[in-house]
Design a binder for this molecule. Structure first.
Ligand code: NAP
Length: 497
């Protein structure tokens, strides 16, 4: 295992977070970094998720990088190809491509205490780096249920994030498992094409309307000519979404949003039995609020059958539900989400004393400011624990995390520190405060079982406060919260204030 490559900083992943981190490093005059990318192109989840109907449910003027405004968004809620193209453009515009090592999948990372470096093994050779930025993405590893008999199924079976390029739904009997954020987008796109569709719904989702408004070319030109107009639009969306965030923390206000979701459903679903099947029994917001104008009309279509019982078995040509329903199908599409709290990357990261991140976290991830982990020096995890959001753009959180990282790097440089990590006390303090703020929010008291909660019942996924409160915290370095040292120092010394 001989390192063949060295860089001061390694960024893993070239999605939104990887690109944003790289740009900020460059802007600070740091050019000694490489980006390890397992795929053949940049773009992360927006490269991988190519299912029909794939779009973002946060307005593009907010769901984009603050330093790379795009006046040419053609829709308020852009579709996947446009967001993917935006990220490709950013990588070119900020001259990042030469930094990317494509088809380099990270297999293992080990912290070397003696040299104060990370050893990073990839599918195409080994690397050493002082600093690692883990921009692996929070939703990049699909979760597929381990169904009895799935390996005997003769047709196509795939996850929404691995949509086969040549998949032809026309005239087929399709079954969809799951009714989450992805499924409610591809179900309406497929429904008119297919012969029949059986949707296996475990828990119904609350779905509010989402007008697919186009942004006129005139408006695009105005944004281009007068950038402050675009900034004002972005700010308007940001404020509106933060106001909505208040309701997530005070579930009684969620009644207004529930009304909007019910009227969205009642507009399209006239059958009382189907209405009952599709009406959730938990407070809206407890699981991600979904947005679509076309989901309910598709679910009401005559070629769609909704089964509310869990799937127990798959045969060569059918799916069998717990209530005995058997649906003959040609293809199975899993809209079953991603591995969130048992994040695969934690299995291959080994910190101080050889401790594995997955063992330290034990399925309930904790980090200081969602970004750094005690015992794992010089590692910055983007979209780490408690940095997810239920109400607005995660890109804002990613940029706040990067702000913290840049400040810590500056602090290291100023104080000639080679190694830094948060103290366990600081990390515990952050986690305790976050948990306290989580109490009473719709995510913990909304009466649902969501992927936000880990196996201990703790919400280790979301940030419970406003995004500006996180940004404020991340915008400064509490030097006392970090432990720093020089690589040659025998004992650790607290970082100077
Ligand atoms: P998801 O929202 O987690 O939905 C997964 C669905 O699969 C749920 O309905 C879940 O039911 C069901 N499911 C999971 N395991 C199952 C099993 N063993 N048997 C039956 N049903 C099962 O996943 P997703 O739709 O892929 O979306 C994941 C996240 O990606 C979203 O929450 C969002 O953050 C992001 N996303 C964003 C956008 C966007 O517009 N920005 C679009 C797509 C996705 P239960 O509810 O009962 O668990």
């Amino acid at each position: 295992m001989k390192p063949i490559n060295k860089a001061r900083i390694i960024i893993i992943g070239s999605g939104f977070a990887g690109i944003a981190a790289a740009v900020r490093l460059k802007q600070a005059g740091e050019n000694d970094f490489i980006i390890l990318e397992r795929s053949e192109d940049v773009g992360g989840v927006w490269r991988d998720n190519r299912y029909p109907g794939c779009a973002c449910d946060v307005e593009s003027h907010l769901y984009s990088l603050s330093f790379a405004p795009n006046p040419n968004w053609s829709r308020k809620f852009s579709s996947q190809p446009e967001i993917y193209a935006y990220l490709q453009d950013c990588a070119k515009k900020f001259d990042l491509i030469s930094h990317v090592r494509f088809r380099h999948e990270v297999k293992r990372m080990e912290w070397k205490e003696d040299t104060g470096e990370w050893y990073v093994a990839t599918s195409q050779g080994d690397f050493n780096a002082k600093i690692v930025v883990g921009a692996f993405g929070a939703l990049s590893n699909p979760a597929i249920p381990n169904l009895k008999g799935l390996d005997t199924f003769a047709g196509e079976a795939f996850h929404s994030s691995n949509w086969p390029k040549n998949f032809e739904p026309k005239g087929k009997r399709i079954s969809v498992i799951g009714t989450g954020a992805s499924a409610i987008q591809f179900i309406p796109a497929l429904q008119p094409e297919v012969d029949s569709m059986t949707v296996f719904q475990r828990t119904p989702a609350w779905v509010v309307g989402r007008p697919g408004q186009k942004i006129s070319p005139t408006k695009q030109k105005l944004y281009s000519k007068f950038p402050f107009l675009q900034k004002a639009t972005r700010l308007g969306i940001y404020i509106r979404r933060e106001l909505l965030g208040i309701a997530f923390r005070n579930p009684k206000y969620m009644k207004i949003v529930k009304k909007a979701a019910l009227s969205n459903m009642y507009r399209s679903i006239k059958d009382p039995v189907l209405r009952e099947k599709l009406t959730p029994d938990y407070i809206i917001g407890c699981k991600r609020i979904l947005q679509s104008n076309v989901y309910y009309p598709a679910m009401a279509a005559p070629n769609v059958n909704v089964v509310t019982s869990g799937v127990v078995e798959v045969t060569e040509d059918s799916i069998i539900a717990a209530d005995g329903t058997e649906a003959k199908v040609d293809s199975i599409i899993f809209g079953t989400g991603f591995q969130i709290t048992d994040i695969p990357f934690a299995n291959y990261i080994f910190g101080k004393n050889g401790q594995r991140l997955a063992d330290v976290w034990a399925g309930s991830p904790k980090a200081y400011l969602g970004t750094t982990v005690s015992g794992f020096p010089n590692l910055f995890i983007m979209q780490g624990p408690n940095t997810g959001l239920g109400h607005t753009s995660v890109i804002y959180m990613i940029e706040a995390q990067i702000k913290q990282m840049m400040k810590v790097l500056k602090h290291m440089q100023k104080n000639q520190l080679d190694v830094i990590e948060p103290s366990m006390d600081a990390q515990n303090g952050f986690v305790e405060k976050t948990e306290k703020s989580m109490k009473g929010t719709v995510w913990t008291s909304g009466g649902c079982k969501s992927w936000y909660l880990d196996h201990t019942g703790r919400n280790s996924t979301l940030w419970p406060g406003s995004t500006f409160s996180f940004s404020r915290l991340a915008g400064k370095v509490n030097t006392g919260d970090y432990i720093g040292r020089q690589a040659s120092a025998e004992t650790e010394v607290p970082a100077r204030k």
